[in-house]
Design a protein around this ligand. Structure first.
Ligand SMILES: [Zn+2]
Length: 392
């Protein structure tokens, strides 16, 4: 199946007619959700490593009460259309519901598989990486190019204990995706003021609710920076429960907003969660190798996008925010020339996707000049290269 056909066949499951977002405290809550929404066999889908072990544990939990059966466990290696198709085919053959366990590629592959089968699918994320939890709108790479906005028919099950136990590096990525909300809201507001999003205008009450945890996370990161400076915690210390809890609660809150508060608009959208900081990250992702991008990871790159956009806005705290993130271990070790190129390409990227943000507006008004962008990246990137180092 090619992408065009898939996109034509996309089903509109974004009406929020049913609750499709569950929060459970720990593994034992899983059967309550499955009893309510599914009554059948399950095909487990996970990533290859840690999530595979968690999937096995969930499988044991699912069959423990004797009401449901697990017909198999498949591992996916990439967010790829071919993987999604393979999972969809297996689920049909085995007459099973798909239950994805994992984040990132698992969410994408399973979400798209659900679109192909037309059946509801459950995903239990194992890391608080916001993007895929925030929305049912998925993007996937196929033949080297990115398709956009494929809608999955997905029920998210947020298992708070499993999220809390994520490796610290994934907590930081989740923190980055939460910070992105603070940036995305500015693009949403600007676009609305310019009359660009008439079907989805800026909503101050949603924005305020959505910014609650991101603001706390920003304070936490400053506080941790001070504690690292005074030697009371180590950089990368995993014993930072306040930050962990704020990231988990923020992801849950974003999910609630995405599924409940936006319901009145009758469609799913990533607009309140994803603005120019995300467009920057996606543009950069398209410029460099998959492995190089993944070394930093989506949440960390959007955090860099957040800092760059704060600097772009002239926020006098931008450098302080950048330094606090660096001290906390945020780092994007991608050559500076790609970052410059990515930032400059955001306006075209937005135009292709029907989005409007600060960078597209700057380009439209002649305020996105290359020398300025080079200076901005050199001074505010999340990397320890000297601002005066040659652009490499
Ligand atoms: Zn994101």
């Amino acid at each position: 199946m090619d992408v065009k056909r898939l996109r034509r066949g996309v089903r509109a499951f974004s009406k929020f007619e049913h609750p499709d977002f569950y929060v459970i405290e720990n593994d034992r809550g899983i059967n309550r959700v499955l009893d309510e929404r599914f009554h059948s066999n399950f095909l487990l889908v996970s990533g290859p490593t840690a999530t595979s072990q968690i999937a096995e544990k969930m499988g044991e939990q699912i069959i423990s009460e004797g009401k449901h059966t697990v017909v198999g466990h498949e591992v996916v290696h990439r967010a790829q259309l071919s993987e999604a198709e393979r999972i969809a085919r297996l689920a049909k053959e085995k007459e099973a519901y798909i239950m994805g366990v994992g984040a990132g590629k698992v969410s994408v592959d399973v979400g798209i598989a659900s679109n192909i089968t037309g059946e509801e699918t459950a995903i239990m994320p194992t890391a608080p990486t916001g993007t895929y939890i925030e929305s049912k709108i998925l993007s996937i790479q196929h033949d080297g190019s990115r398709t956009t906005e494929i809608v999955g028919n997905v029920i998210y099950i947020l298992n708070k204990q499993r999220l809390f136990e994520s490796p610290f590096g994934l907590i930081l990525r989740g923190a980055g995706d939460e910070l992105a909300i603070l940036s995305a809201q500015k693009d949403w507001k600007l676009a609305t003021e310019l009359g660009k999003y008439v079907d989805f205008p800026y909503d101050a009450s949603i924005a305020e609710k959505n910014a609650h945890y991101p603001k706390l996370i920003r304070e936490d990161l400053f506080e941790i920076r001070d504690r690292i400076s005074s030697g009371s915690v180590m950089n990368g210390d995993s014993n930072l429960p306040k930050l962990r809890n704020h990231v988990i609660d923020g992801v849950v809150e974003s999910g609630v907003i995405a599924t409940e508060k936006l319901a009145k608009y009758g469609r799913a959208t990533t607009i309140p969660f994803s603005g120019d900081e995300h467009h920057y990250a996606h543009a950069l992702e398209d410029l460099v190798s998959h492995d190089l991008y993944e070394e930093s990871g989506h949440g960390i790159v959007v955090a860099e996008g957040y800092v760059l956009m704060e600097a772009f806005d002239g926020n006098p705290e931008a450098l302080d925010i950048r330094n606090a993130l660096l001290t906390n271990g945020f780092s994007v070790n991608i050559p500076r020339r790609y970052k410059v190129q990515a930032l400059l390409s955001v306006p075209q990227y937005e135009a292709r996707r029907g989005r409007y943000g600060r960078l597209r507006h700057a380009a439209a008004t002649g305020k996105l000049a290359e020398p300025y962008v080079k200076e901005l990246v050199a001074k505010f990137e999340l990397s320890l290269q000297s601002p005066t180092a040659p652009i490499n």
